[in-house]
Design a protein around this ligand. Structure first.
Ligand SMILES: C[S@@+](CC[C@H](N)C(=O)[O-])C[C@H]1O[C@@H](n2cnc3c(N)ncnc32)[C@H](O)[C@@H]1O
Length: 238
C-alpha cells in the first residue's frame, strides 16, 4: 500500500480527522490552556453580539464555543470538511442549533459555498496551515467578509528563529505525537501536525499574505500560555 503524504495532499487532512474525532476533545482538554488560548483569540476578535460569524475549520466546535459568549442576537456558522468532527459538534451544541444560534456544515474551506459579503466576522483556528493554497484561501475570506468585517486567524506559526523550531520539535515529537497516538490509536494526523507547523509560514509571512489579500489594520498577538512562542493570533479588518 502506498503511503500518503498529507503535507503534499492536504485535501485528505479532514478525512484523517475522522479517525481521531471521538478523542479530539479529550486530547485537547489534556493539552493545557488549549481552550483558554482559543477564548483569548475570540475575545481579541472584538465581537459585539449581533454578528454573523463564520468559524472556519471548526472541528468539534471548540473554536465556535470560544465565540459563543459574545454572540447575543447573531449567529455562528461552523464549517469543516470532516464528517466525524462535525458529528461531535452537532451533538455538543444541539441546544444552540435548535435555538438557531449555531449551525454546522460540511464544506471544503478552499471552495466555500456562500455569496460574497456574507459574514461580519471570521474565526479560523488551526485552519489556515491545513490549506493547500494560503493565498487563495485568504482572498476568498476577504470576499466573504462584509466591508468593515473582522477576521482572526489563530494558528501555530514559528518565528524564523532556530529556537522556536527546536522548541516545537521537542514538544511535538517528544510529547504530542507519542501521547496523542496512544490516546487516539492513530499517529498519522499528529505526525502531520508536527510537520505542517515546521513547514508553515512565519508570522511575518502570514502578515504579508494578509496584506496581499487586502486586509487592513493587521495586528499579530502572542498568547501567554506555553504556546506563546509558537502560537499567534492574526487580527485584521476588511
Ligand atoms: C486542528 S482542527 C481545529 C478545530 C477547531 N478549530 C479547534 O480549534 O479546535 C483542524 C480542522 O480543520 C479541518 N480542515 C482541514 N482542512 C479542511 C478543509 N480543506 N476544509 C474544511 N475543513 C478542513 C479538519 O477537518 C479539522 O477539523
Amino acid at each position: 500500500m502506498t503511503k500518503i503524504n498529507l503535507i503534499e495532499n492536504k485535501v485528505l487532512v479532514p478525512k484523517e480527522f475522522n479517525n481521531v474525532a471521538s478523542k479530539y476533545d479529550f486530547a485537547t482538554y489534556l493539552s493545557q490552556g488549549y481552550q483558554e488560548d482559543l477564548d483569548n483569540s475570540a475575545k481579541w476578535l472584538g465581537l459585539e453580539g449581533d454578528e454573523k460569524v463564520l468559524d472556519l475549520c471548526c472541528g468539534t466546535g471548540k473554536s465556535s464555543s470560544a465565540c459563543l459568549p459574545y454572540i447575543k442576537t447573531g449567529t455562528i456558522t461552523g464549517i469543516d470538511n470532516s464528517e466525524g468532527m462535525l458529528k461531535v459538534a452537532n451533538e455538543k451544541f444541539a441546544e444552540e442549533i435548535k435555538a438557531g444560534k449555531m449551525s454546522f456544515e460540511l464544506q471544503d474551506a478552499m471552495a466555500l459555498d456562500f455569496p460574497e459579503e456574507s459574514f461580519d466576522a471570521i474565526f479560523m483556528a488551526y485552519g489556515l496551515r491545513n490549506m493547500p493554497d494560503y493565498d487563495k484561501c485568504l482572498n476568498q475570506l476577504y470576499k466573504l467578509l462584509k466591508p468593515g468585517g473582522k477576521i482572526c486567524i489563530h494558528d501555530y506559526s514559528l518565528a524564523n528563529k532556530s529556537w522556536a523550531k527546536y522548541y516545537w520539535g521537542i514538544l511535538s515529537y517528544g510529547f504530542i505525537v507519542p501521547f496523542c497516538t496512544i490516546l487516539s490509536g492513530s499517529s498519522k494526523i499528529y505526525t502531520y501536525l508536527a510537520k505542517s507547523v515546521l513547514t508553515f509560514l512565519t508570522p511575518k509571512e502570514v502578515e504579508e499574505k494578509m496584506i496581499s489579500a487586502q486586509f487592513k489594520s493587521i495586528q499579530i498577538k502572542a498568547h501567554k500560555s506555553w504556546r506563546g512562542p509558537i502560537l499567534h493570533a492574526f487580527l485584521a479588518k476588511k
